[in-house]
Design a binder for this molecule. Sequence first.
Ligand code: SF4
Length: 336
Amino acid sequence: MRQSLLGWFDRRGRDLPWRLGHEGGRDPYRVWVAEILLQQTQVSRGLLYYQRFLEHFPTVQALAAAPIDDVLKAWEGCGYYARARNLHRAAGLIAENGFPVNYAGWLALPGVGPYTAAAVTSLALNERRAVNDGNVRRVLARLYAERQPAQSWVQARAEELLDPGRPGAWNEAMMDLGATVCTPRAPTCQACPLSAYCAAFRAGEAALFPAPKVRAQVREVRAVAVLIGDAEHAVLEQRAGNLLGGLWGLPLAEPALGETPAQALARLCERLHAVPGDLLGTVNHTMTHRRIRLDVYLATLPGAARQPTAQMALSRLDHKALGLLKHRQAGLFSVS
Ligand code: SF4
């Protein structure tokens, strides 16, 4: 099985920009940034973000020395901004102490979980650590015809199968197989180097494994925001909290319990000493566990300091809100 998969990988493995350096000795900085950035992001889209990020911060020292606002700006569009903040904090520690030399050292860094630590140490240090992500889970569930593979089960199978001589290549091969051949809906089993070992394929039920996960409920959130200025220069505030913390955006308020959106708007304008104007439009935006409906109002505040929106790290929600001005000119009042 190992020979089949590694032989396939040597012929067909993807040529990705973070796979720089020889097998088992990849550049740890590139692997680490790529693994953090690609979590929850498709590779095709992640590639653009990755290249942009590396252009801004080609080395860990450059990342460590950069102000957090520049890092968040370069992260724009990737979502999950807590990852960018952790990357920056960890870069500071690495710039001071050097790259960790083993799995435990990587795991101790902010924002580095078992998956990232296993990926970096196997790919950059040739340490025998199996990665366990959605791709690996799917491939193993099918190989063993396991409908509901628990995390511990996946990790144990992945460790058993890991090639001890080429752990980094094995992990990359599993990732590539899951991403290009053993895909979620339509696996191309005829082209798969592991079909001779695959129980789901033998049963003719490849796509039925694993059983779909029950999705967490999405919470509906209502909020109001004010646009003081225009799309290029507007009053912005820095958000706090885990969700969009550190990013800049239009002043915003969520209605408190029992409060209407109109009352939340009045409270927001009172805090800013601004005068509310017309409804500009509504933005619908979905994040992992939240569906946000944001009503954006025009407001006036003579003498208010406005910031250049293109130079600030804004969330996609705020880009959509600013885009309402253009939509309004086109006669549209809602953006999704
Ligand atoms: S044979 Fe099909 S289901 Fe089995 S591992 Fe290969 S692609 Fe996946």
